[in-house]
Write a protein that binds this ligand. Structure first.
Ligand SMILES: [Zn+2]
Length: 214
C-alpha cells in the first residue's frame, strides 16, 4: 500500500500496512526503554532519543502526542532514523503497521538528518501522529481488517483522492509542531482540538515519557 505526497515534491511520506514485515523488527532491535514503553528506540540509533527529547521540549503539541502514545492500549511502536530513506525510497518518512492477535505494531522511520533539523522533527511528528490515530481506531484482529477499516475511514473523511493513505490529522499535527518548533506558536497543545476534529478518541496521558528520558 502506497502513500501520498504533494505532487511537486520529490520526496514523500508513506503510510503502509505491512503484513509481511512481522514482529521480527522488534526482536532484532529491542528498545532501550522499559518493556512497558509503547514508543521504543533501537539501541543503535543515536539520533532518535535526542530528537524525541527535542520534540517534547520544544513543542507542546508534540509533548502531548508522545505522552498520549504511551497510553495507547496493546501497541508497540519502534521509532528510528533511517540514513538512506530519501536515497533509496525517495521518502522523507514512512510508517509501517501491522496487527498480530490484536496487538498493533508499528515501525516509524524518518530520514536521518543533522541534529537539530526541523524537517526531521516535523516528519517524525507526522509519523507519530499516524501511530496515534491508528492506535486509537477500534482494534482489529489482523492487518487485513485494519486495512479495510482505514479504507472505510478514508472514504468517510473524503480524504485526498491521491492513491494511498494520508490523513488530515497527521498533516495538521506536523504543521502545528513545525510552527511551534519555529517559536511562532507559543500556545498550548493543539492535540485535543485536532483529535476532536478528526474524530479520534485520545487515551489518557501517561505519567512520564519513559522512552525519551533514557
Ligand atoms: Zn502521512
Amino acid at each position: 500500500m502506497e502513500c501520498h505526497g504533494s505532487s511537486a515534491r520529490v520526496v514523500r511520506l508513506a503510510l503502509v500496512l505491512a503484513a509481511l514485515v512481522g514482529p521480527r523488527a522488534f526482536a532484532q532491535t529491542p528498545g532501550p526503554g522499559p518493556s512497558r514503553a509503547v514508543v521504543r528506540v533501537p539501541r543503535n540509533d543515536g539520533l532518535t532519543p535526542d530528537n524525541l527529547a527535542r520534540l517534547a521540549g520544544s513543542s507542546a503539541t508534540a509533548r502531548d502526542l508522545l505522552a498520549r502514545l504511551e497510553g495507547v492500549p496493546d501497541a508497540t511502536f519502534l521509532v528510528r532514523a533511517h540514513p538512506r530513506l530519501v536515497a533509496d525510497e525517495r521518502l522523507l518518512g514512512r510508517g509501517r503497521f501491522w496487527v498480530v492477535r490484536g496487538h498493533l505494531y508499528g515501525v516509524l522511520e524518518y530520514q536521518a538528518e543533522p541534529a537539530g533539523s526541523h524537517r526531521a522533527l516535523r516528519v517524525l511528528a507526522h509519523e507519530l501522529a499516524h501511530a496515534l490515530e491508528l492506535g486509537m481506531l477500534p482494534r482489529e484482529p489482523d492487518t487485513r481488517a485494519l486495512e479495510s477499516r482505514l479504507r472505510v475511514k478514508e472514504l468517510d473523511d473524503r480524504f485526498d483522492p491521491a492513491p494511498g493513505i494520508e490523513t488530515d490529522f497527521a498533516r495538521a499535527i506536523s504543521y502545528r509542531v513545525h510552527r511551534e518548533l519555529r517559536a511562532r506558536d507559543r500556545t498550548p497543545s493543539d492535540l485535543l482540538a485536532q483529535a476532536a476534529r478528526a474524530g479520534i478518541a485520545l487515551p489518557p496521558e501517561a505519567l512520564e515519557l519513559s522512552h525519551a528520558t533514557r
